[in-house]
Write a protein that binds this ligand. Structure first.
Ligand code: ZN
Length: 471
């Protein structure tokens, strides 16, 4: 079993300034590597695989640096055979090339030698992961700035003794041993992260003798609960239970505090020390909000998962789609922009991101996997507009919290009704009825393909596991 433990570090002044310096250097290395890959790609786009377009000579390390993998450096591996005598692909991948270029980097820029070697390698691999995500259909890797590059990773060499941790090239450091690592677990990797108030370390530990969590198989009549996520109430369950939404960032008090603190930044002289201090206070407030939200979400997820059910049905929401900005409208004649409703939507978008349903969903999945329960993601389309009695779908069926069907007059609480609809859709999947409903309905109620979440390695059931458990 593989799991992560996070601790707060108790570093000294030298160590923290060293770590900050590392982050700056690693960020610049990351950006350099990204730029390297982009320029190489562009070059190849023009030249193809050829070193010279006239003669159509193939790219070779002896004559030029154009490489197929999109990174400068030697594109070939040293030998065509590995240790066991098997033939291997002699071309290096882009990450291989960039990793083998590290010693040269250390000669050209000697100050990089003070960073641990595995940290530099992991930094290259981080870019590789970003590219992999891109090829899987996510966004293109971004150049990093101070705000979105705050961590580095060790692949090995980390030791823990009592409440002290050894990080190579940084030395022994104390940490708040908030929970001890269980016996038999070995340290696999370790990520150091800078947050607003301090440095944190996330230790990845593994024990191969402990089995992963596996889902219990479902009986013929599984108990299913449906969750409807919302803003006025965070969660409505299909059994009528409601969970409040404290709106940590968008309630009246928080908004006021944030406004005051941000004003204190903007009225200070630019570049002054006081402005920096005021900005830190804003950051601290954000961190507090995020900590509170995390704690609340764990509690909420636990409340939902520990109910007496076998299957938890949650909505498969397209949150980034919901938060997309309204399209710009412009006047055809003058080219002036017209009102498009974005300023009205802004508040809603903030409330959505404050509720952070996606994170809550991940926590529910994680806790459910721990208890052997199954989470099914259900298409939420029209779940709060469809009549549960006659199936009539109409936007005006719903008026705030009330649901009254315009066709048959059926009425109930709109969100609880939606939760019940979600439960019923999940039940259909569990019972395998969806196969009989035809292709369109099946698509509407399929299990989300994205079950490998951030916490995938914690033993979340994959789709295959769910199907096995159902059949
Ligand atoms: Zn009806």
């Amino acid at each position: 079993m593989l799991t992560n433990y996070v601790y707060k570090l108790r570093h000294n002044q030298t160590q923290s300034s060293k770590m900050s310096a590392w982050i700056d250097m690693l960020r610049s290395q990351y950006n350099w590597n990204l730029n390297d890959r982009i320029t190489q790609y562009n070059q190849q786009f023009i030249q193809g695989d050829y070193c010279c377009i006239k003669t159509k000579a193939e790219a070779s390390p002896l004559t030029c640096f154009v490489s197929k993998s999109g990174a400068t450096g030697n594109p070939w591996k040293d030998s065509k055979f590995d240790k066991e005598g098997k033939a291997r692909n002699p071309r290096r991948s882009a990450a291989d090339i960039q990793i083998t270029a590290l010693p040269e980097l250390k000669i050209a820029r000697p100050w990089y030698a003070q960073i641990d070697a595995t940290v530099l390698q992991q930094n290259v691999k981080r870019l590789d992961t970003a590219y992999k995500n891109f090829f899987d259909g996510r966004g293109f890797p971004k150049f990093k700035n101070r705000s979105n590059f705050t961590s580095f990773t060790y692949a090995m060499g980390v030791k823990i003794k009592g409440n002290k941790i050894y990080l190579p090239k940084l030395g022994w450091m104390r940490f708040y041993n908030s929970r001890s690592i269980p016996d038999g677990f070995t340290i696999k990797a370790c990520t150091v992260r800078k947050r607003q108030n301090s440095w944190y370390v996330s230790v990845r530990i593994e024990n191969t003798s402990v089995p992963d969590y596996s889902p219990k198989s479902l009986g013929s009549n599984p108990k299913v609960i449906g969750c409807d996520l919302g803003i006025t109430k965070l969660v409505h369950l299909s059994d009528g239970y409601q969970i409040e939404n404290p709106k940590f960032l968008t309630n009246k008090k928080a908004k006021r505090t944030l406004k005051i603190r941000q004003r204190r930044v903007s009225c200070k002289v630019k570049g002054s020390k006081k402005r920096k201090k005021a900005a830190i206070r804003v950051g601290r407030f954000y961190q507090k909000v995020s900590d509170k939200r995390q704690a609340y979400q764990w509690k909420t997820a636990n409340k939902i998962v520990s109910r007496n059910v076998d299957v938890i049905a949650i909505e498969d929401l397209n949150i980034s789609g919901m938060m997309r900005r309204c399209k710009a409208k412009s006047d055809g004649k003058t080219g002036r922009f017209l009102k498009n409703g974005q300023s009205r939507k802004k508040g809603l978008n903030r409330a959505i991101s404050d509720a952070s349903w996606g994170d809550l969903g991940l926590k529910i999945e994680y806790l459910a996997a721990k208890q052997g329960k199954i989470v099914i993601k259900v298409n939420p389309k029209h779940s709060s507009q469809e009549c549960r009695s006659c199936g009539h779908i109409d936007k005006s069926n719903r008026d705030g919290e009330k649901f009254i069907c315009l066709e048959c007059g059926y009425h109930e609480h709109a969100d609880i009704g939606a939760a019940k609809t979600i439960r019923d859709r999940a039940l259909k999947i569990v019972r395998g009825d969806s196969a009989k409903l035809g292709v369109t309905n099946l698509n509407a109620q399929k299990i989300s393909p994205r079950s490998t979440s951030k916490r995938g390695e914690f033993g979340n059931p994959s789709n295959r596991d769910i199907k096995n458990a159902i059949s």
